[in-house]
Design a protein around this ligand. Structure first.
Ligand SMILES: [Zn+2]
Length: 85
């Protein structure tokens, strides 16, 4: 998976539940396809979430009716994991 560090989100992302390190939101592509997937990884110990794609739902005419960001999903997942720890 090709990965690009987008930005680190000090305010939105809690620190790592394992080591307290800074979490980083990453964006990558799967098998060279254009669909973006997101994951969050600890910059210190490498703890990471699963990757989540950005899902788009279309109506029968092909108009986009819902776009759910993979970044939002992994941020919620990461923050929930931290609070559960
Ligand atoms: Zn860590």
């Amino acid at each position: 998976m090709d990965e690009t560090v987008l930005y680190s989100v000090d305010d939105e992302l809690k620190s790592c539940p394992c080591c307290g390190g800074q979490a980083i939101l990453r964006c990558g592509s799967v098998n060279g396809k254009s669909s973006n997937v997101y994951s969050i990884v600890c910059g210190t110990c490498g703890l990471s979430t699963v990757t989540e794609p950005t899902s788009i739902r279309e109506d029968s005419h092909g108009s986009i009716i819902l776009r759910e960001s993979g970044a939002d999903k992994v941020i919620k997942l990461w923050n929930r994991r931290v609070s559960d720890a």
